[in-house]
Every structure is written in structure tokens, then in C-alpha cells.
Design a protein around this ligand. Structure first.
Ligand code: VGL
Ligand code: ZN
Length: 209
């Protein structure tokens, strides 16, 4: 069984949002098209309390982009984004929702960030995504979304560690690129860990025959 995972396709990560990923809106039509090739589609949703520890604003004197230690873990600081029940946290308005089987929220604990759709960054808390996929007999996961160098990367690495075959739909991902090359390096890292990188056309050829 194959599943499509849509990573963090939320207003705040799109142009005009609080933490815009360059060209992030370009992948929404692809996300809609890809859904047609899968029986099982899930989404992740960054869902932070207003005082989340990943926000620069939660640390007086700190700016977005700075690196701190948050409860013993290295933490890049971000602008306030994806605050629970705000418009910025909502899934993109032009994203097709009718075929979504389930949405997994993450980043809800103020003391720890959660880039992966499976676990928080300390691997303490489980979102339920892994169990859900195993229950549905999923063996292969296809990933797309935002951002290549953070949530897509960590979701891919955790999926591999959980034993899923992982396909990264490269043209349907975009990176933050705080440093130039971050997204490209993230793709190398995912490949090295065992992910297969392909484009959306190849997915359609592979799955719709
Ligand atoms: C993300 C930074 C902070 C992401 C989420 O979705 O990649 N990046 N929160
Ligand atoms: Zn976040």
C-alpha cells in the first residue's frame, strides 16, 4: 500500500505568510494533481501555541534565524508562525481537502519543536502518523511539501527509520534556504539515508498505468 504525505501546506509557509517559503505556492497545484494517484492521502500541520519556544518572540532580545538551545536541543528561531486556530495555520485555501484521510498536527508542545510529521525533535512524542500508516498496511510513502530543508527532510528521515520505503517528489517541494544550498543538501541527506528522489511526472507514470 502506498500513501501520499503532504507536509505543512499552510498559509504561513506561502508567500505573504509569516514564514514564507520562496515559491511555495507553486507546489499546491502539484499537490492537488498528485492526490489523484493515491488511495491514501495524509497531511501534516504545524500547530503551535502562541508562546512556542521556536519563536524568536518567545526569547527577549533574540531574532529569527538565530540558533539557541531549547531544553537541551539546538533550535533555530523563527518568526511567530502557524499559531493554533489562526488563518496562518490553516491549510492552503487552494489545496484540495476532500481526499485527505487524516491530518496530523505537530509542534503543539511549547518546549520542543517538531519538524517531522512523526515525532517531535527529541523523539519523545509520537503524532500517531506512523501507527496510522502501519494500520493501513502502508509500505511506501511519497512526500511533498514545505519546507524541503526542515519538515520535509525530518519527515523523510523518520519514515525511513520506521522502515517505510520513501519517495521524495522533488519538484513538489520548496526549501527555506536560510543558507544557500540548504535545500539541495537536505535532498542529498535524504538520498543518502535511502530515499528515492523523483519528480511528479515519474510518480504519475509509475502509479497511473
Ligand atoms: C517548518 C520551520 C518551522 C517547516 C516548520 O514546515 O518546514 N520550518 N516550522
Ligand atoms: Zn513551526
Amino acid at each position: 500500500m502506498k500513501a501520499l504525505i503532504l507536509v505543512d501546506l499552510q498559509n504561513d509557509f506561502l508567500p505573504g505568510g509569516a514564514l514564507p517559503v520562496p515559491d511555495g505556492n507553486a507546489i499546491i497545484p502539484l499537490a492537488n494533481q498528485m492526490q489523484g494517484a493515491f488511495k491514501l492521502v495524509v497531511a501534516t500541520q504545524d500547530w503551535h501555541p502562541a508562546n512556542h519556544g521556536s519563536f524568536a518572540a518567545s526569547h527577549p532580545g533574540k531574532q529569527p534565524g538565530e540558533l539557541i538551545q531549547l531544553k537541551k536541543l539546538p533550535q533555530t528561531l523563527w518568526p511567530v508562525h502557524c499559531v493554533q486556530h489562526t488563518r496562518g495555520a490553516e491549510l492552503a485555501p487552494n489545496l484540495m481537502l476532500n481526499r485527505l484521510n487524516k491530518v496530523f498536527k505537530k509542534g503543539t508542545n511549547a518546549d520542543i519543536d517538531s519538524y517531522s510529521g512523526f515525532f517531535d525533535n527529541g523523539h519523545h512524542q509520537d503524532t500517531g502518523l506512523g501507527g496510522f500508516l502501519k494500520e493501513k498496511k502502508v509500505t511506501d510513502v511519497y512526500l511533498l511539501g514545505l519546507a524541503t530543508d526542515y519538515c520535509v527532510k525530518h519527515t523523510a528521515l523518520d519514515a525511513l527509520a520506521l522502515g517505510f520505503k520513501v519517495y521524495l517528489i522533488e519538484d513538489a517541494c520548496r526549501g527555506v534556504n536560510l543558507k544557500p544550498g540548504d535545500a539541495e543538501n537536505a535532498i542529498k541527506e535524504m538520498k543518502q539515508a535511502g530515499a528515492v528522489v523523483l519528480n511528479s511526472r515519474a510518480v504519475l507514470h509509475q502509479l497511473i498505468k
